[in-house]
Design a protein. Structure first.
Length: 76
């Protein structure tokens, strides 16, 4: 969105209106180059949270597999 200001000289007041530009018609922005950044350092809290998330996901997939086996009458 671009703010355009128009000055009406007869009434001496300022009118503001917005021009809406579709993202496909807008000027392309330069993308961030992330190839030369290298690995990020993780704090201990972040590492623990990611390990907890991994454990949670493994548990949920295990429960899903168990439920599928129950529905297939392989496990009772």
């Amino acid at each position: 969105m671009t703010l355009t200001t128009e000055l009406n000289e007869l009434k001496h007041e300022e009118n503001q209106f917005f021009t809406i530009v579709h993202p496909l018609d807008d000027v392309h922005e330069k993308k961030v180059d992330t190839e030369h950044l290298g690995p990020m350092n993780m704090t201990r809290v972040v590492r623990i949270c990611l390990l907890a998330l991994r454990g949670y996901l493994l548990l949920m997939f295990g429960l899903l597999g168990f439920r599928v086996l129950q529905l297939a009458d392989i496990v009772r």
